[in-house]
Design a binder for this molecule. Sequence first.
Ligand code: GLY
Length: 342
Amino acid sequence: MKSITITTPNKVSKILIGERLQNLSEYIPQGKTIIVTDENIMKYYSDVLPKFPTIIMGTGEKHKTLETLDFIAEKLVEQEADRTTFIVGIGGGIVCDVTGFAASVFMRGLRFGFVSTTLLSQVDASVGGKNGVNFRRYKNMLGVFNQPEFVICDLTMLKTLEMNEFLAGFAEIVKAGAIKSRSLFEYLENNVDAARNANEEVLENLVYESVRIKADIVEADEREKGERRKLNFGHTFAHAFENMADILHGEAVSMGMVVASRLSTSLGLLSKAEADRIKGLLSQLQLPVNPIISIQQALIPMKKDKKREGDSIHMVLLKQLGEAVIVKVTYKNLEGAVYDLC
Ligand code: GLY
């Protein structure tokens, strides 16, 4: 097992890579504990969950809503949760996001931790303290920054993921390499077959390196005033794609990174050869690389993106593999650049 500590002004968050769900009890403080998980985790792991009261939410992005928050709050009241209750979210990014949000606002905040069970949530979603729900058509519009006390990344649980869900997690690993670490990107390029076949040593290295990159960024800029924006590489387009079609977050991020790389090239930042390498690696990971809607259509919901500031948006672009830059562009200029791309 490897561990990484994220220290922010209000919290210390321990990320345990290679720890097992079976050891969860070792990390939970004395006193009342309530688990929040989803139907899918119950299907595969109900017999190994510790025997705490358990709230079961639905599976999938459609449950990342205020209604689910309402449901969890109602169950917490029924279970007589109080300010000393510890909450554990067990699941992928959606369970962790909603659980962290519920724990953060219930009685003005309970302590909480996660067991992160998908590749995407282990390398990105459950790490770094972003918790929240979608609001109407807008992704993560309601939420808080609040670090979990621990995140257990149980690599053995990745074996029960559907193949498309497993592969979608690699999009965030490609992102981490593209924005901050050429060596991570090249390690994945050189071990792509082993990674796809879930080789445990390769997966542990990939998860560890991705979390290490994210931890450094979050420690420097927890509340996304500058450096953390780089973690949104490809995400502005991705959120627009997700808005329009029923696809996995990682699949949308894959398409979004291809568009953002092309934009970087067309603005004279990234070489075409490196943009092609990104697209090539995503293709080898069997991730979609062609936008499902026209890029012009994608611009419409982008105007509602949280990263909007007046008539501009912060776009994350690449100068080279392993080096991202944040560029503030007006929608007008973005539309022009996108028009040229098409
Ligand atoms: N997923 C991007 C972030 O945590 O900032």
